[in-house]
Design a protein around this ligand. Structure first.
Ligand code: ZN
Length: 325
């Protein structure tokens, strides 16, 4: 983890491994301090607070959650008394998708040799994902602390003269997707609508919405974009991810029209120029999302996480690469 200043008043803490759960956080060090996203577990959240304290020594008075996923909200409890701001959908969604119990159980399962072998025999992808997470994460002690200040389309903070715009853009990666725009400093904290140098994972939402959101990011003409995952970039990072999604959507259409199942299509679609991104086999999720849309399924159709990890594992195996999540 390292901290980086991105403008006069904006900072970020980056999780450089850039695999699943390695989310970035932001800090705007004005008006009492605002932290954007709170990391995946308490040790990482403490490390993030420690790094930000070098520029903002007091505990920040506000937290923004860019969306409801665990890797962006599981450190909320460490900001005691802070105002937590998010889109109106986020508290209810967090109860469903950010229950830390499932992740705790998975890590306990893979840390024991016997249960690891048993999980691996039935669900090799789930076991591999658990193994990877156990290298870096410890989900003990996490209690969900839900946002209390909720907004619908837009919310503006005035931090002693620095305006911060929260813009709701979901659902493209998740229901609550919000971008944080600091116009005077030409900075955007994008949350998980932007993945950089790692394969995007989308849960709830549509390609159409995601393209609209990426177009909005480009239109806002930021100098610096802090993605939810991956290194800081400019607009070129947004353009590149849009090209990736377009590529996957077009390739998926061909295989869908030929009647091939999503998993088989994901095994066949070339990684192309995106093969050196982290976790390229997460391609499966983007193919599956495209297929759901082709079948006119609702964007909020639930995912079976275990089956998803297993499918990613299968794709990696078919491509002859080491699986990464
Ligand atoms: Zn994330």
């Amino acid at each position: 983890m390292k901290m980086r200043q991105v403008s006069d008043n904006c900072y970020t803490v980056l999780n450089e491994k850039n695999r699943v759960c390695d989310a970035n956080s932001g800090l705007i060090n004005r008006g009492g301090g605002v932290v954007i996203d709170t990391q995946s577990d308490l040790p990482h959240a403490r490390q993030m607070i420690e790094l930000f304290s070098k520029v903002w020594p007091a505990m920040p008075r506000r937290v923004i959650n860019t969306h409801e996923d665990g890797d962006h909200v599981w450190g909320n409890q460490l900001f005691e008394g802070a105002e937590i701001i998010a889109h109106r959908s986020v508290p209810e969604r967090m109860r469903h998708v950010a229950d830390p119990e499932e992740s705790r159980k998975l890590l306990a399962g893979v840390r024991n040799e016997q249960t690891r072998a048993a999980i691996s025999a039935v669900n090799p992808g789930l076991a591999a994902a658990g193994q990877q997470l156990s290298e870096d994460y410890n989900f003990e002690g996490i209690e969900l602390v839900l946002p209390t200040t909720l907004f619908d389309a837009r919310y503006v903070l005035d931090l002693n003269g620095v305006e911060v715009h929260l813009i709701y853009v979901g659902p493209c990666h998740q229901v609550g997707d919000t971008i944080i725009h600091v116009p005077n400093e030409r900075v955007i904290f994008a949350g998980d609508v932007l993945f950089r140098q790692c394969t995007p994972m989308g849960w709830t939402g549509s390609y159409e919405k995601w393209f609209q959101c990426l177009d909005l990011l480009i239109k806002l003409a930021p100098e610096t974009v802090v993605p939810g995952h991956g290194p800081v970039c400019g607009v070129e990072g947004v353009i590149e991810m849009k090209a990736y999604l377009q590529y996957v959507l077009e390739e998926s259409r061909k295989y869908f029209d030929n009647g091939l199942p999503a998993l088989e299509a994901a095994k066949k679609i070339e990684f192309g120029p995106y093969g050196d991104w982290r976790a390229p086999a997460r391609l499966f999720m983007n193919v599956e999302r495209a297929y759901r849309e082709f079948r006119s399924e609702p964007p909020d159709a639930p995912w079976d996480t275990t089956a998803t990890f297993d499918a990613i594992y299968e794709v990696a195996k078919a491509k002859g690469i080491t699986v990464e999540f």
